[in-house]
Design a binder for this molecule. Structure first.
Ligand code: SAH
Length: 217
């Protein structure tokens, strides 16, 4: 892979950001992050011309890099502040992790498919992004590193995993798509106190499913 970011790519990114604004993304920090990150480098080379369309694309192992609007929408809901501890479930290409890092978060990202985990762990540092990478089942979160200020799930869950709720700080926020494997509703869950959670719904999305266990290739 050539780590090339040309003026043409930069121009395409600008257009993508304009498009996201017209679709309702308002958070300036999120727009700046997307304007800065060379998304085309996260995808197979044959897809380079698609990298800056507002669409999801295959990244291998039957998975996809989320659509830019979805990345922006989830990130905006999280309301990230500098130095917050953030857990991402579903590293995939690593693109969403890069967005969180651009916002100044300390990112812990977990992936259940070995191939994707290894690829992201090798690639992200090459372009200057250094989250903590974990190979494992994100359904269980990362109990040894909890609690987190924010938790982001980037695959569609049938139910909200109790372990993830319990790994939120009081006042912390979980953003997770919940529903069947075809269609999910975006949930924002705020931990009000030890035992109280407030839940807000934010419309329909379409994610690959959150699966249990790990895959060793
Ligand atoms: N955030 C990614 C989106 C990848 S799609 C990106 O920016 O590219 C969702 C990812 O979640 C897939 O890579 C899939 O393998 C992973 N996944 C699904 N269930 C998981 C689980 N229980 N734990 C960790 N990762 C999971």
């Amino acid at each position: 892979m050539t780590l090339n970011d040309t003026l043409r790519h930069q121009g395409m990114r600008k257009k993508l950001v304009e498009g996201l604004k017209t679709k309702g993304i308002r958070n300036q920090m999120v727009l700046e992050a997307i304007g800065k990150i060379p998304r085309h480098l996260f995808m197979e080379s044959t897809f380079i011309n698609f990298a800056y369309k507002d669409q999801a694309f295959p990244i291998g192992a039957g998975q996809t890099i989320s659509q830019p609007f979805t990345v922006a929408f989830q990130t905006q809901l999280l309301q990230i502040e500098k130095n917050e501890k953030v857990l991402e479930v579903g590293t995939g290409s690593g693109y969403q992790a890069a967005v969180l890092l651009e916002l100044g978060a300390k990112v812990f990202t977990i992936e259940r498919q070995k191939e994707l985990y290894s690829k992201a762990q090798n690639f992200l540092p090459q372009i200057g992004y250094h989250p903590a990478f974990f190979f494992g089942d994100g359904y269980k979160g990362l109990p040894n590193f909890a609690p987190f200020d924010k938790i982001l799930v980037t695959a569609g869950a049938e139910q909200i995993p109790e372990d993830l709720k319990q790994q939120l700080k009081i006042g912390g926020r979980l953003v997770i798509p919940v529903g069947s494997n075809k269609r999910q509703e975006m949930y924002e869950i705020i931990r009000i106190s030890k035992n109280e959670f407030k839940s807000i719904k934010h419309g329909g999305f379409n994610f690959v499913p959150l699966l249990k266990g790990t895959v060793n290739f």
